[in-house]
Design a binder for this molecule. Structure first.
Ligand SMILES: Nc1ncnc2c1ncn2[C@@H]1O[C@H](COP(=O)(O)OP(=O)(O)OP(=O)(O)O)[C@@H](O)[C@H]1O
Ligand SMILES: [Mg+2]
Length: 497
């Protein structure tokens, strides 16, 4: 695999000879990346994004990252600067330094509960953080967040105006990481924050337990005096030290009535706090669509409480299933219809990713050579995939390999080895028409094209509907470049089938 210039030997257009299949790319900077671009779309993107991203050396085969310090904002550049400040320090010491930086996110001591509280989910993740700047599992702390400044300022404005936000993005695009950073920025101006993880809740007891775990940390005195008895019936206890609510095993006999009462009371907690001390609360419901699995009318219950919160709280609903989120907020008959402003997060801009990752490799005292640029292009702005590929590249470099195109190819092979079970599982649950659409897109054929329909004896309407289902499930996205496979590793897996 190699990156070579194509059409014009300039700084913005190059071809990735990816596994025998030349693919044209145009770096589009903050405007995103055009993949398999036609010369027209390359020209359009070049016109709107005049700044160069990838430079080629004299013989045109070795792209290097352009020096663009202006693209790294001050807040994020602090981390690489700190690391770069000790060039001779052993990597272990650097990791320890990073852990110390993250240490300020530890849970507050029990006696300090009057202050802002970091989301429980964040505390858990940060305390068990991998000692790597290329974290690829779970949310990343604000220091490791690349780009997303616009989304953060939109979220801050909406919170200030108490306008609800629904955040929709494909799996692993950084929803939770963004919301943790959002919470962290609000905490600095005195807000309390709650992060409720609703993923895979199955019944009312689950919902109540997740809410109690998250809201419980807001105000343990109130929780203790008002809810301790009810919480015990849900297998939760109010501890005497550390976090205020401790999760025990699920009770053998779930008590849906106790669960419902707990849900009502906890949902009102931001209002109680507001009346007592005028402190606003940010409440994030993560994987919000799963709420309806527990009970199909729970969005109504939620609305019935939070509609009176006014200045007391700002709400964010995050989800990765576009169809379910649409059903919740865009259907006239649903209680939350029109209640939250849509916000989507897309692929990361290639130049911001390259600049930041180059810097992180430098901080690790590793030279990624041209391999990094190649892998960033393969990842195509997918946040988790670019971090996974970087992590694997760092491992290869640490083992003594050079940052060559061969190493980049090896990294992609390793990433596919790690992820192929998931691709296979997805493939086996798809209908025939969905398989035809996905495989067609991987081969560069439009989903509802006459040729594809003819080849597989399917109607174009059937193929169109199959593509829509895949978009709804978050496997495909539609943008100005057409329909694209969300996961670049799935795309590569499909091509190699
Ligand atoms: N802005 C970003 N900068 C750097 N890495 C990111 C960013 N966004 C996401 N990531 C990467 O993606 C991974 C997943 O992030 P996160 O858990 O926040 O995504 P998510 O959308 O909440 O995922 P899920 O759908 O599984 O809940 C992180 O471990 C990190 O590697
Ligand atoms: Mg998440």
């Amino acid at each position: 695999m190699s990156v070579v210039p194509t059409r014009r030997r300039d700084s913005q257009t190059f071809t990735l000879r990816s596994f025998g299949r030349p693919v044209a790319f145009a770096s589009a900077g903050r405007c995103g990346v055009a993949r398999r671009s036609s010369s027209k779309s390359v020209a359009r993107i070049k016109a709107s994004c005049p700044k160069p991203v990838v430079r080629h050396d004299v013989n045109g085969t070795d792209p290097t990252v352009a020096d663009r310090p202006d693209l790294v904002d001050d807040r994020r550049s602090e981390v690489p600067r700190t690391l770069a400040a000790a060039p001779v320090r052993a990597r272990r010491d650097q990791r320890a330094a990073r852990s110390r930086t993250l240490g300020r996110y530890s849970a507050p001591a029990r006696d300090d509960f009057s202050g802002p509280v970091l989301p429980d989910i964040a505390v858990r993740y940060f305390l068990t953080m991998q000692g790597t700047p290329f974290r690829f599992e779970g949310p990343v702390p604000p220091e490791l967040l690349i780009d997303r400044e616009n989304e953060l300022s939109t979220l801050a404005k909406r919170a200030g105006d108490r306008v609800g936000v629904r955040l929709i993005a494909p799996r692993r695009f950084g929803k939770t990481s963004l919301l943790i950073a959002h919470a962290a920025q609000l905490q600095t101006v005195g807000w309390r924050t709650v992060h409720v993880d609703l993923s895979r809740v199955t019944d009312m007891t689950d919902v109540a337990r997740r809410l109690a775990e998250a809201y419980g940390a807001l105000d343990d005195r109130w929780v203790r005096s008002h809810l301790a008895g009810l919480l015990a019936r849900l297998g939760l206890s109010v501890g005497t030290a550390g976090a205020s609510v401790t999760l025990g095993p699920r009770p053998a006999m779930p008590d849906p009535e106790a669960a419902e009462t707990v849900i009502y009371r906890l949902l009102d907690l931001p209002q109680v706090i507001w009346e007592r001390e005028q402190t606003p609360t940010l409440v994030v419901f993560d994987e919000f669509q799963d709420l309806l699995v527990a009970r199909p009318d729970l969005d109504g219950l939620l609305r019935s409480r939070i509609q009176y919160h006014g200045d007391a709280a700002a709400y964010v609903y995050a989800g990765s299933e576009p169809s379910m989120m649409r059903e919740l907020f865009d259907s006239r008959e649903r209680p939350l219809f029109g209640q939250a402003d849509p916000l989507t997060i897309g692929r990361l801009p290639i130049e911001a990713v390259l600049t930041e990752l180059e810097s992180r490799f430098r901080g690790e005292e590793l030279d990624p050579g041209g391999a990094l640029a190649e892998l960033v292009v393969v990842a195509d702005g997918h946040p988790q995939r670019v971090m996974l590929l970087s992590y694997l590249l760092a491992e290869q470099l640490e083992e003594g390999r050079d940052g060559t195109p061969e190493t980049a190819g090896r990294v992609v092979d390793l990433a596919l080895e790690r992820t192929q079970a998931a691709h296979q599982a997805l493939w086996s649950q798809l209908s025939r028409s969905e398989k035809v659409v996905l495989a067609g897109i991987a081969d560069g054929v439009a989903p509802a094209s006459r040729a594809l329909a003819r080849e597989h004896h399917l109607s174009r309407q059937t193929l169109y509907e199959a593509a829509e289902r895949l978009v709804d499930q978050g496997h495909l996205t539609r943008d100005e470049a057409g329909v694209r496979v969300v996961d670049p590793l799935l795309l590569e897996w499909l091509r190699r089938r």
